[in-house]
Design a protein around this ligand. Structure first.
Ligand code: FAD
Ligand code: SIN
Length: 534
């Protein structure tokens, strides 16, 4: 008798979701949901590259040391060990799947390696400055021809379906196991349940919580908000990483100027052309990212300047154009001509180091629910991520998630989930006639997060943010239950949830560590060297 194969639902089609799909596809039927087109997400925009020990001069110990140092005392040792040790194998796998990393022109059998902030060695494999796009395209190509994987575009997961909600046990609020998700087809506006034995959240980050961000529009923290509503533990959300160098130009939306430029000799200067990073850290412009962003913020506040400069004049023009064609094209588009001209740059929200708390096999605290990629908190990044360790973490944990899941499913530690689930209930919800409230509230949240929960925080500002967000929560919840849901309303609700979680974590941390700088608690406190778990 043929047995029904395991069904796996993956929410998200970035590097994490797609590489997991390939691994899960070896033993199960996989559905990948993605909010818009399959290639849209943070992955696509990754410039710098993927960090891994690759050259003979480098060692696992050195990569680990740099990761721990960047993480400001909060990295989980097991996560650092396994990520860095598994790195080279996962990179070889990406290459075997068709990812073409840039080769060294001097010895074409070797790959060219870049260096970025916090790294003491060259260890960043890259595809010019289009690394994310090269990875995304290769993975999509592989997944689209895989017989056991289907990608559903324009499908948005609204909420996870929890056993305990379908069949509530008396006197308990246990939500039990995850059975799949309710999914909105954003083209037909219909909602259907999707049943799965295992659900994997690979929904990316939440940069859109902030007014200024390097992230594309899809990065609204949906996966983290959904997992939180399903009772999963989330952690370390106070550690939002601000990238030091986003292009400062009124017409440039979210454009990042890769840190790899600083690895090639570019230097940050204030408006008086002073190399101010030398005053802050022995690594100067190549200091760990939080040190650089906090120093730029200080410099801008001290001088009232709207930006600082990135000076590339030490780089040969041909080298700049060849290594960084995307940055070159974008600058030219805005009338800036590096390396001759300095590039105006500002920090912007970039990467969420916290997320859904998972173990070394990507398992969340909820049975049947896994999390990978930027949505997850594995412990690798601690209080600040080392540059280019994110793509690495995504591929390492995608593999580990599948390895353990195969054991769990085949040994029946997790029995099959029901294949049929109740339909979504619309209740008395009516169509929303206008979107103006959504647009206004969205902007309000992002502005207040930028102003009150930004690079430099204080108790007063955090408490004020908490109060305002609570007021907005009441309004948003009213709309959520009154109107038929659409993508904007769902994202707004998730954005609010993630903002509240960030503020709550920030309030609980009574010290300054890594990316979390609170003027009321300057400096690190040894007793506070633990995760913030909600
Ligand atoms: P993403 O690639 O963001 O994918 C998330 C997916 O989830 C998307 O497909 C989205 O549509 C989908 N999704 C979200 N919500 C839902 C929902 N409700 N329903 C259905 N689908 C949903 N890291 C590095 O290591 N090196 C770099 O050089 C680097 N450069 C970067 C440059 C930029 C400009 C940015 C923004 C980030 C960069 N990062 C870099 C970080 C890195 O790119 C991301 O952390 C990583 O790509 C995240 O991958 P992911 O698969 O977790 O999420
Ligand atoms: C960059 O290219 O500067 C981004 C690298 C990263 O976020 O890891």
């Amino acid at each position: 008798m043929a047995t029904d194969p395991p069904k796996v639902l993956i929410i998200g089609s970035g590097i994490a979701g797609l590489s997991a799909a390939i691994h899960f596809g070896e033993f199960s039927d996989v559905t990948v949901l993605t909010k818009v087109a399959a290639d849209e997400g943070n992955t696509r925009y990754a410039q710098g590259g993927i960090a891994s020990v690759w050259s003979k001069e480098d060692s696992f110990e050195e990569h680990k040391k740099d990761t721990f140092e960047a993480g400001a005392g909060l990295c989980r040792k097991s996560a650092v060990d396994l990520c860095i040790q598994d790195g080279p194998e996962r990179i070889r796998e990406l290459i075997s799947w068709g990812v073409e990393f840039t080769r060294d022109p001097q010895s074409p059998d070797e790959y060219a390696l870049h260096r970025e902030g916090g790294h003491h060695q060259r260890r960043i494999l890259h595809a010019h400055d289009f690394t994310g796009l090269a990875i995304e395209e290769a993975l999509i190509k592989k997944v689209r021809t895989h017989p056991r994987i289907r990608i559903l575009e324009n499908r948005m997961a609204i909420d996870l379906i929890m056993e305990g909600k379908l069949d509530p046990k008396p006197n308990t609020r246990e939500l039990g196991r995850c059975l799949g998700a309710y999914v909105l087809n954003t083209q037909s506006n219909s909602i259907s349940p999707l049943a799965a034995d295992l659900t994997v959240i690979a929904g990316g980050g939440a940069g859109k919580v902030y007014l200024y961000t390097s992230n594309p529009d899809v990065a609204t923290g949906d996966g983290i908000a959904m997992a939180h509503r399903a009772g999963a533990r989330v952690a370390n959300l106070e550690f939002m990483q601000f990238h030091p160098t986003c292009l400062y130009h009124p017409a440039a939306k979210n454009f990042l100027i890769t840190e790899a430029l600083r690895g090639e000799g570019a230097v940050l200067r204030n408006l008086n052309h002073h190399d101010f990073m030398k005053d802050h850290h022995e690594m100067g412009s190549l200091a760990p990212r939080y040190v650089v962003s906090q120093a730029i913020d200080l410099e801008m506040k001290r001088t009232g300047a709207p930006h600082v400069w990135l000076d590339l004049t030490s780089m040969e023009e041909a080298r700049f154009k060849n290594h960084f064609p995307q940055v070159h094209a974008m600058c030219e588009k805005f009338g800036i001509h590096p390396p001759k001209d300095f590039i105006p740059v500002v920090p912007a929200a970039h990467y969420l180091c916290g997320g859904i708390l998972v173990d070394d096999w990507a398992q969340s605290s909820v049975p049947g629910l896994l999390a990978i990629g930027e949505s997850a908190c594995t412990g690798l990044h601690g209080a600040n991520r080392l540059a280019s360790n994110s793509l690495l973490e995504a591929v390492v944990y995608s593999k580990r998630a599948a390895v353990r899941a195969q054991e769990t499913l085949t040994s029946h530690q997790l029995p099959k989930a029901p294949r049929s689930l109740p339909a979504w209930e619309f209740g008395r919800a009516v169509d929303m006639e206008e979107q103006i409230d959504i647009v206004a509230t969205w902007r309000e949240i992002r502005t207040l997060m930028w102003n009150y929960v930004g690079i430099v925080r204080s108790d007063r500002r955090l408490n004020r943010a908490r109060e305002r967000l609570a007021l907005l929560r009441h309004e948003i919840n009213e709309d959520y239950w009154k109107f038929k849901v659409n993508r904007d309303l769902i994202e707004l609700r998730n954005l609010l949830t993630v903002s509240e979680l960030i503020v709550e974590c920030a309030i609980r941390r009574k010290e300054s560590r890594g990316l979390h700088l609170n003027v009321d608690y300057p400096g690190q406190i040894a007793d506070e060297a633990h995760d913030t778990i909600i």
